[in-house]
Design a protein around this ligand. Structure first.
Ligand code: DGJ
Length: 757
């Protein structure tokens, strides 16, 4: 059992200067210890029902960790300190802080009860420990059925779960704090389930999913931030007093910030130091925050962004807050990343393609934009199939009367006049070439110039009497409404049933504004942000359940929704609209901090690159795209012959090494954010018998000799053949002394495979 409990009676004596004498007291403490592989997380329930945080870190295997609570220090325990409970509340490391009762640090729970009161006080009621991990379900309300939230999963022999139920007696709000410890991974997950057991409705004004109060503040705060075409750039700053956070109020996780943060020791690098990673399994508004308080302790919180959030809970109703994944590493940021990769590959991503090599695709977006028809696509497919490409993806522009981005979203019927054929004809022709066929949808959107909007203007998110803010000439559909989702789904189904479609790219190209629903009653209006995300999950769930053979790729104007919530439905996500191989070094480095290469949508595109105007060798574009799902995004009939001629060998190389990239351990060797003149990484098979090393020289320097690079992740006691030059060298030497790598020219790449002999 990786979760155990122990009960201690502790005697303390302390000189109380307020009273001028020694005070002796006994505290009954129930301690819960959660062990996940080499990680330990400990919680205490104190006599007064307070739920305290004791420890999160490397496994210590000691029964009694209660001294870490410092209950013998001022302001000692509540029952002997009623004259200053406030000071106690503001010091106690706590598992789930509530607003309004003396803890002035960031709260997780804030309510508005039927009397208009916002304070609440959760106290321990009961607990239960069991094998396995529960699904996260949002129970139905307002005519909605129950919706399953994305979350990691585990069998009974893979994880254990602790549920601590606490209650705010006044409002009747019950909170179940759910913790799961994974046996073979350094992972603890958390979520919260609220229930109104009272007799009157309560508005939940904030419900975060996790809080960890850490004893010190000697950490760096790492977040993944950016913008369109430069998503997930790594930023690292030392913590300072006060709050530092990243968030989204855009209705999706966003280009600008990712629902991820890490607290790492100042000395942490890829291989050493401590790292605590937090990732939110959610695709909407979020907050990830670290707060250093007056005593130099750090409170890390994560959850749905409280900004503009409110949820009315009627008597007996429940609200499930999404999951936070917490990873601990005692061996640097690299190990933290690999733990996230293993967790997501084994316990989050689902579906037939999870463990399979994905088909090498060619997408027509950068090849044609909106200017295509069946003939053009078949020309591309013919050439592509000769070169070994396995799937044609028809991107935006095949429906309604869409010739540019200013019409037709919502009209999911085939624009036969433009294509010059039926969809079935096109797909059959592509299939005859031995290729699969994939298609693009943007199901959450509606264009003002569409039949759908003309018929149902109230189906778009908006506020009566206020002009809707247009973005990319489109509005967002109100996915909190089942009738809207049903309609979109039936249109999508008709398309999917009309031809042999084996892949869908689900795009989302704008963020939410004037976020109101024409359906929700006033007292439920502010639920729309969360109900929108639940609606997206509901539709994705229907799609993947009804069409289990379809490969789903997530996308949002590039990589604005690269989050664990999406990975539950889509085994791959388009990383960024920036397909320039050199910019991708940063984007893919940042993405790899918590997401596996198996999920990174990455393509070889044309040059000069459409976003940056940069020209890179075709080989480099291939080597960089191989750190992902791999494909092409160019007009293969028009690229230079010497580039085209490289495609068959590039695909062979991808097929040869994809199992390593998809299932192996990733080691970042260069750090493109620190030194932007080069980058390097390795993928090593789990049994350490094979490795692929990739080096990219961004900028050539004069009069520089070869670069000495230490490899990582190999078996020190084994010998490896360098497949480039045939030399056999020990893992010890490769990792401690390194290899010399030389390259000539800017933007050039080099890969070297190593095989254990
Ligand atoms: C944004 C995506 O990221 C692109 O790949 C492309 O699908 C366009 N949308 C189409 O509108």
């Amino acid at each position: 059992m990786s979760i155990r409990e122990a009960v201690f009676e502790k005697d303390y004596t302390r000189y109380a200067w307020q009273l001028g004498k020694n005070v002796s007291y006994t505290e009954k403490i129930t301690e819960f210890i959660l062990q996940a592989k080499d990680t330990e997380y400990a919680i205490a329930v104190l006599d007064g029902g307070y739920i305290a945080h004791i420890y999160f870190g490397r496994r210590v295997d000691d029964e009694d960790l209660t001294y870490l609570l410092r209950l013998d220090e001022n302001p000692f325990t509540p029952k002997t300190n009623e004259r200053d409970l406030g000071t106690f509340m503001d010091c106690l490391p706590t598992e789930y802080p509530c607003f309004g009762v003396g803890d002035y640090r960031e709260p997780c729970l804030m309510i508005m009860d039927a009397d208009g009161m916002s304070s609440c006080k959760l106290k321990y009621k009961s607990h239960r420990i069991y094998k396995g991990k529960p699904e996260l379900i949002q129970e139905g309300s307002l005519g909605e059925s129950a919706i399953r939230l994305p979350a990691t999963f585990a069998d009974e022999d893979e994880a254990d779960t602790l549920e601590i139920t606490c209650i705010d007696e006044r409002s009747g709000i019950e909170a179940v704090l759910v913790y799961t410890a994974f046996n073979d991974l350094d992972v603890i997950t958390r979520s919260v389930r609220l229930k109104n057991t009272g007799s009157r409705p309560v508005d939940i004004r904030r419900v975060l999913s996790a809080c960890v109060d850490m004893p010190g503040s000697d950490y760096d705060f790492i977040t993944l931030n950016g913008s369109w075409a430069r998503e997930r750039a790594v930023e690292r700053t030392p913590l300072r007093t006060g709050k530092q956070s990243v968030d989204s109020v855009r209705g999706e996780s966003s280009h600008q910030s990712n629902p991820f943060m890490a607290l790492v020791s100042h000395n942490a690098d890829e291989d050493g130091g401590e790292a605590y990673g937090f990732n939110f399994v959610y695709s909407g508004n979020f907050i990830a925050q670290a707060e250093v308080d007056q005593h130099g302790s750090t409170r890390a919180v994560m959850g749905i962004n409280p900004c503009d959030f409110s949820w009315r809970l009627g008597t007996g109703e429940t609200l499930t807050a999404p999951e936070v994944v917490m990873v601990y590493s005692d061996s640097g940021i690299g190990k933290m990343s690999r733990t996230f990769h293993d967790l997501y590959r084994g316990h989050l991503i689902r579906g037939e393609y999870r463990d399979k090599r994905r088909p090498v695709l060619i997408n027509n977006w950068e090849a044609t934009y909106f200017d295509f028809n069946t003939e053009k696509l078949i020309d591309i497919a013919k050439k592509a199939s000769e070169l070994g490409i396995e799937m044609l993806v028809m991107d935006d522009g095949w429906f309604g009367h869409r010739d540019s981005d200013d019409s037709s979203l919502g009209d999911w019927f085939v624009y036969e006049k433009k294509l010059g054929s039926s969809l079935k004809y096109l797909v059959d022709e592509v299939n005859k070439l031995g290729m699969k066929f994939g298609i693009w949808f943007e199901p959450e959107m509606v264009s003002p110039d569409s039949e759908l909007f003309r018929k149902h203007p109230d189906w778009a998110i908006g506020i009566d009497g206020m002009e809707r803010t247009m973005s990319r000439q489109q509005y967002v559909l109100d996915y909190s409404r089942k009738d809207v989702r049903d309609y979109v789904y039936s249109m999508m189904s008709d398309v999917l049933e009309s031809a042999n479609i084996e892949y869908i790219k689900w795009d989302m190209n704008r963020q939410l504004t004037e976020t109101g629903s024409h359906m929700l009653p006033a007292e439920h209006q502010r639920e729309i942000w969360h109900r929108y995300v639940l609606g997206v999950y509901d539709l994705m769930n229907r799609l993947t359940t009804d069409h289990p053979h379809i490969l789903l790729e997530g996308c949002s104007g590039g990589g604005a929704r690269f989050d664990p919530g999406m990975l539950f439905f889509a085994p791959q996500i388009w990383c960024s609209d920036d397909t320039d191989a050199i910019e991708r070094l940063k984007i893919q480095y940042g993405t790899s901090i918590c997401y596996p290469a198996s999920a990174m949508g990455a393509h070889v595109s044309d040059c000069p690159n459409h976003v940056l105007g940069r020209t890179c060798p075709f080989a480099t574009r291939g080597d960089v795209a191989m750190v992902g799902t791999f494909g092409y995004e160019l007009d293969v009939t028009r690229i230079p012959e010497e580039d085209r001629a490289m495609i068959p060998a590039q695909i062979e190389k991808f097929k040869r090494y994809n199992p390593l990239v998809r299932t192996g351990d990733q080691y970042r060797i260069g750090n493109i954010f620190k030194d932007n003149t080069w980058d390097a990484w390795m993928f090593v098979s789990k049994d350490k018998s094979e490795a692929l090393f990739t080096f990219v020289q961004v900028m050539s320097r004069p009069n520089r000799r070869s670069r000495l690079i230490r490899l990582r992740g190999l078996d020190e006691d084994a010998y490896y053949r360098n497949e480039e030059n045939g030399s056999v060298i020990s893992g010890k030497l490769l990792m401690n002394a390194g290899i010399y790598v030389s390259a000539s020219g800017d933007y050039v790449s080099k890969t070297i495979a190593f095989t254990r002999v």
